[in-house]
Design a protein around this ligand. Sequence first.
Ligand SMILES: Nc1ncnc2c1ncn2[C@@H]1O[C@H](COP(=O)(O)OP(=O)(O)OP(=O)(O)O)[C@@H](O)[C@H]1O
Ligand SMILES: [Mg+2]
Length: 229
Amino acid sequence: MIVKVENVSKAYYKIPVIREMSLDIERGERIVILGPSGCGKTTFLRMIAGFIPPDKGRLVIDGQTVADNGKSIIAPESRQVGMVFQDLALWPHMTSYKNIEFGLKAKRIPKTERKGRIDTILEKIQMVQFKNAYPGELSGGQQQRIALARALVTHPKILLMDEPLSSLDADLRQVLLREILRLQEELAITMIYVTHDREEAFSLATRIVVMKEGKIQKTGTVSQIKEWL
Ligand SMILES: Nc1ncnc2c1ncn2[C@@H]1O[C@H](COP(=O)(O)OP(=O)(O)OP(=O)(O)O)[C@@H](O)[C@H]1O
Ligand SMILES: [Mg+2]
């Protein structure tokens, strides 16, 4: 088991947002979290990434307790988790290369290794020719790929993706979905992917978690969830 979520709760200004959620995730799974706006999907991912501590409960990643009973124990940069955010959040004043390099610098990876890793990932996402472009010079889909590369280049064990394709048109979504699937299989990475698009969930998931009002309403395989919905 790579992620264990045990009775985790989180409130903002005393309003519960995550209510005693528990979930076990096996290595290599592609978990898709499906649920309406405001049900707590982003909050859940941010807790796993370590940006916010849960108020209660325990989080274990790869055998290590990373948060327990209101306290964060392991900082985000030491959790081996990569995240692609809902709003991308590429740094506008940095080129593609510099955007991807940022996390590697934070991990104090030497310059020559950084270059090797960045060149490899740029090739994988077919963005070599945009290495020195700034985000403002890239299309939405290209920016999305850079955000994906930035998350993957640190070789995370777990990839968290928060509606990474929601701003793209249907054709490009299909292309990038296939690319994400290919990379996930190639890198044998565990993925937690948030969306409120059912079709996207069905084409990506090995298991779907349906959330409602801060709780898990149902989990199951794609066919089980299709039947249930
Ligand atoms: N930093 C914050 N301060 C206060 N309230 C917050 C904060 N972040 C989230 N919330 C509240 O927590 C609830 C869950 O938010 P969250 O962003 O996790 O939802 P979501 O499922 O990701 O929704 P969406 O699909 O719209 O992205 C919402 O009611 C939101 O207003
Ligand atoms: Mg969200």
